[in-house]
Design a protein. Sequence first.
Length: 171
Amino acid sequence: MANIFLIGFMGSGKSTVGKQLAYLLQYDFIDLDEYLQKQEGATITQLFEEKGESYFREQESQYLKSFHASEKLVLSTGGGAPCFFDNMKWMNENGTTVYLKAVPKLLADRLKKEKDHRPLLRGKSNDEVIDFINQKLGEREKFYLSAKIIVDAVSLNGKKLVHELKVRNII
Ligand code: S3P
């Protein structure tokens, strides 16, 4: 069984749904952000502040690609991962990509409470968060839309995603 990569903007529910999906399929679950933080011994905020975003992006790409040999893995990626280097192409060649699609309003509502844990949102007012999401989603969606499967992130859960993957003959 090939790996399943969950992609989408911050707040789209990749980690929550990914854990449920892995449990239902009896796959292992990896949250790429958490994995990277453990390997690096630092939080993402620290990495952005101390080593810069480009260092983080390089590490993110390397850790992502380190999972090429494993299988039966659900991997939730950071919101920016598909949009740097050839990461999206690589994921499409090495597993099934699933885009959890959500409109900016929903993402903003979910992210308002969690701004401080995300370096790209830190210090922004709620209005600035909405502007940021609108702009970034505009830049990023072309990458996200090249996913093999696109699902509506609103009220998505592991069970619904299992159904979708069965309908599409992925599992
Ligand atoms: C980022 C999303 C975050 C994390 C980092 C950068 C982004 O992951 O990788 O803060 O560029 O959108 P989540 O989407 O899991 O929050």
